[in-house]
Write a protein that binds this ligand. Structure first.
Ligand code: GTR
Length: 372
C-alpha cells in the first residue's frame, strides 16, 4: 500500500449532529453532493410500469424461485426498459439485495432463459459481439454471484444490468434514463446518478410485492456500482442497509487523500459518471465543500457496510476506512452503531470472502434483529 500522506486532510466537519437537526444536516449534504459531485436527481413524473416476463422457475433444488420482471420508464415520448432478474427464497417474505451488474443479467447465471440486454454492452472482460450482448457470456461471472448461498441464508437478490439504466460510455450514456425528457439545470446528473435512481426504482417496485420484506431492502454494489449503491442509499431512506465493495474514488474513499484514483483521473476516464462541476476539483480536492465520509454518514442511522481490499490501492482502502470511521461518529450520534468494515487481502473484486462478511453483517444487523 502506498505510504500514507502526512498532509492534514481537513475534512468538512460532521461534528455536533443531533437527532433533532439530522434531517436538515443530511439534506444539506445531499444538496452539496448533487451540486458538486453526482448532479441533481431530477424530480420527474416519468411513468413506471412493471410486468413479469417468461415463467417463474424453481432454482436451487426448489428452495428458490427465479422471476424476470420488466420495468418500463416512460416520459410519454420515449421509454427505457429495465430487465430485473429476481431470485427469492420460496419461504418468504424475504429481505432483498438490490444490485446492478456490469455486463448483463445473463452473465450472473448460466440459466438459458435469462434475457440478454438489448442495448450497448462493454466489449471487455466478458465475451460480447462487439458492443452487443452475446450468448457466449452466459454465466461468465456466475461465480461472483452466489445466488444459492443467498437463498440458503434467506436472502433474495434483484439484479439489473447497469447499462439498461445508463450505458457506461460517454458516447452511449444517453441511450438510457439520461435520454428521457427532464428539467435542464446547472447540475445535470451523470451515469452514477442515473444508476442510483435505477436502484431506487427497483426497490420501490419490489417493495410492493408480498414476497419481499420492504423494510429489509439492501443496496449493494462493487466498484463503480458500489459508488452508485452508496449514492442511492444516501438519498433513498427506503433502503435499510447499504453495502459498498471496493468503491474507491467517488465512493467510500476520501477525495482529499492524495492516494490512488483522484478527481483528475476519474473525471478524465469517466467524464459521464459525474456532474461536470466535479472535474473542476481536479488537483484542488481540498476545495470540495463535501467529502465522502458525509456520503457514508448520510446513510445513518440505517446500516452501512464498507468492504476494502488491501492490494486495491487505486480505491485507497485506508481512505475508505477513514471515511467509514468518520461516518461512524454520525451513526453513533443518532443512536446506531450498525456500521461495518473489512479489509481483506487481495485485489479489486467482490469475492467469496467479501460475501461471507457482508451476509454475516446483514444477518446480525438488518434481518435478524427483532429487538432493534
Ligand atoms: C476503474 C475506475 C474505478 C472503479 C473501477 C471499477 O477503472 O477507475 O473508479 O470504478 O474502474 O468500476 O471496476
Amino acid at each position: 500500500m502506498a505510504p500514507d500522506s502526512d498532509v492534514t486532510l481537513d475534512l468538512p466537519s460532521v461534528d455536533g449532529v443531533t437527532p433533532a437537526d439530522w434531517s436538515a444536516r443530511r439534506e444539506q449534504w445531499l444538496e452539496l453532493f448533487s451540486d458538486h459531485v453526482y448532479g441533481r436527481t431530477p424530480a420527474v413524473d416519468w411513468t413506471v410500469t412493471t410486468g413479469e416476463v417468461g415463467a417463474a422457475v424453481e432454482v436451487d433444488g426448489g428452495s428458490g424461485i427465479r422471476r424476470q420482471l420488466q420495468i418500463t420508464i416512460s416520459d410519454g415520448v420515449a421509454s427505457v426498459v429495465v430487465d430485473v432478474l429476481l431470485v427469492l427464497p420460496v419461504a418468504g417474505p424475504s429481505p432483498v439485495l438490490v444490485a446492478l451488474n456490469f455486463f448483463g443479467n445473463h452473465t450472473v447465471t448460466p440459466d438459458a432463459d435469462v434475457a440478454l440486454p438489448a442495448g450497448w454492452v462493454p466489449a471487455r472482460m466478458v465475451p460480447s459481439d462487439g458492443h452487443r450482448a452475446s450468448e457466449t457470456a452466459r454465466g461468465f461471472l456466475a461465480e461472483g454471484w452466489p445466488l444459492d448461498t443467498l437463498l440458503r441464508q434467506g436472502f433474495g437478490m434483484a439484479t439489473v444490468y447497469a447499462g439498461d439504466i445508463a450505458p457506461d460510455d460517454p458516447d452511449h450514456v444517453t441511450e438510457g434514463l439520461l435520454g428521457l425528457t427532464q428539467p435542464q439545470h446547472d447540475h445535470p446528473w451523470g451515469a452514477l446518478g442515473a444508476w442510483a435512481w435505477g436502484l431506487s426504482c427497483v426497490r420501490r417496485v419490489l417493495a410492493e410485492r408480498d414476497d419481499v420484506r420492504a423494510d429489509q431492502m439492501v443496496a449493494i454494489g462493487h466498484s463503480r456500482l458500489g459508488k452508485a449503491a452508496l449514492w442511492a442509499g444516501a438519498q433513498d431512506e427506503g433502503f435499510a442497509a447499504v453495502v459498498s465493495n471496493n468503491s474507491g474514488c467517488g465512493g467510500a474513499s476520501l477525495s482529499r487523500r492524495p492516494v490512488g484514483e483522484r478527481v483528475a483521473a476519474i473525471t478524465t476516464s469517466f467524464p459521464h459518471w459525474f456532474t461536470p462541476a466535479f472535474a473542476g476539483y481536479a488537483g484542488r480536492e481540498h476545495a470540495l465543500p463535501v467529502d465522502q465520509h458525509q456520503l457514508l454518514a448520510s446513510i445513518a442511522p440505517r446500516a452501512l457496510y464498507v468492504a476494502s481490499a488491501a492490494e486495491d490501492e487505486w480505491a485507497d482502502p485506508v481512505g475508505e476506512y477513514l471515511a467509514t470511521a468518520a461516518a461512524l461518529e454520525v451513526h453513533q450520534a443518532l443512536g446506531s452503531a450498525r456500521v461495518g468494515y473489512h479489509l481483506r487481502p487481495g485485489g479489486h473484486a467482490l469475492g467469496p470472502e467479501d460475501w461471507e462478511h457482508v451476509l454475516t453483517f446483514l444477518r446480525h444487523h438488518v434481518t435478524a434483529a427483532p429487538d432493534r
